[in-house]
Design a protein around this ligand. Sequence first.
Ligand code: SAM
Length: 349
Amino acid sequence: MEIKESFEEHFKRLLDKDYDKFLEWSFRLLKKAIRINTIKLIDDINYDNLKCIIKEENLRYISKEIDNIYNLRQNPFKINISAKEVLSRLKDYGWEIKRIPFYKYGFWIDGYRRDIGNTVEFQLGYYYPQEAASMIPPIALDPKKDDVILDLAAAPGSKTTQIAMHMENEGLIIANDVDINRIRALGENLQKQGIINTIVTMMDGLKIDRLNIKFDKILLDAPCSGTGAIRKSYKTLKIWSNDAINRLSYLQKKLIIKAFDNLKEGGTLVYSTCSVEPLENEFIVDYLLSKRENAKIEKINIPNLNKSEIIEEYGKYKIENLEDIRNTVRIWPWDNDTEGFYIAKIKKI
Ligand code: SAM
């Protein structure tokens, strides 16, 4: 695979001695992951129930701490099938199932059969194939049953369906995207997962004022370069350019301001990308903090999640609100063996 000179120059400047490590991880196979859908399944995930499905050494070091964080209710489906039953069926396919350390409902799939989108259990909406790091922004958003939530760039719906599951299918989600083809996939996924608390809209996120709603919570999982996800799609390497990063950065700044301005007072905005570019991450959130005095960063505390230092300067740019930005989460692929991700939680005071 050819690496562009400008890419190499940029990432060497950003990563210095870790550049080779970044390349090596960017070409490592990405582990497949699924999220159990508690809208359809009874949540019986705990150490004892998983003992017969997951190898002891994987189970022992993580399970109990995260099992008690959530206990989500099936709603409104009363299908008499549990997470344990479905996981053991998946094991019978020859899959090796491992726990994702930082999320109760996340499991890595390994072993003989890896086509996780091609099973009856997926078609029935019992689980959702979702990259492990992509499960983090909805956890940070902390959705509650009576929230009114906007998912500003929602398609194909990995995070919308996860948010709906945490709301136990109550409250209201507006799942918006600008791309009709991706919205089709979003609609299918919502239906398959049994989601009934979500309305889909197709608008440019910059025109979201037209909804005339102030939201309790907003997720802005922004359009980005995807440089954290090269191991998922090598196409990212082909389309990467400094110009593309600058264009995306410009759009992200506009979108984050728009999202923040459509929050209720006391509301929460989660900003995330699967990019590792500081100009799409720390500098976007820093821009918001500089433009809106009532924006405050909240710490994201997720047990068993490994994080890295934020990037404080890049070229001529320096972070202005350093103490705040240090409370945002930067994840490199090697931190948790996932995609690279960035997540910031912002409160409107
Ligand atoms: N949140 C999605 C998920 O978890 O499945 C992934 C979202 S993807 C990272 C970014 C999305 O932003 C794309 O679906 C893209 O169509 C959408 N997008 C790009 N420009 C937009 C805009 N101006 N307004 C709203 N959505 C936009």
